[in-house]
Design a protein around this ligand. Structure first.
Ligand code: NI
Length: 154
């Protein structure tokens, strides 16, 4: 396992769309292990593969849920929340996210899973799935709500 470098805001790769994973091979398993280690190292709530420079649809979130080729199949309600991103250190903004989402994906063994999430997990899933489309939270923020926090421990 290895800690991978997190791509930061100026990196154009963050605006690119990730590709679907066709085969969950050893390379993908290593990527997943590295992403989990990297996410913990930087105290993230979630991480998308693009953030470590790989345009593949892998996302891992709270409680270490690994989602491969995730798709949101339904959403319910709305929540206005504070959000940040490991690719945007020390920056936070208000974002409107669904209150609940249902997402279909494959787990790391290739089994189809359906997750019904709400509150923070729904927010995290939406945030990470946006990354797979090349969208970051600053594209989604409520205008005028961006805050820069100095001396944040990372
Ligand atoms: Ni992010």
């Amino acid at each position: 396992m290895a800690i991978r470098n997190i791509r930061l805001e100026k990196d154009e790769i963050l605006k690119k769309k990730s590709r679907e994973i066709e085969v969950i091979d050893d390379k993908i398993q290593t990527l997943i292990d590295d992403m989990i280690e990297t996410m913990y190292k930087y105290n993230g709530v979630g991480l998308a593969a693009v953030q470590v420079g790989v345009l593949k649809r892998v996302e891992d979130g709270e409680g270490v849920r690994v989602l491969i080729n995730p798709k949101i199949t339904s959403t319910k309600g709305e929540q206005e929340v504070d959000e940040g991103c490991l690719s945007f250190p020390n920056q936070y903004a208000r974002v409107i996210r669904p209150k609940e989402v249902t997402v279909e994906a494959l787990d790391r063994s290739g089994k189809k899973i359906v997750i019904k999430a709400k509150d923070l997990l729904a927010q995290a899933i939406c945030h990470e799935l946006d990354h797979l489309e090349g969208i970051t939270f600053v594209d989604q923020m409520i205008p005028g709500t961006l805050e820069i926090v100095e001396n944040q421990k990372n």
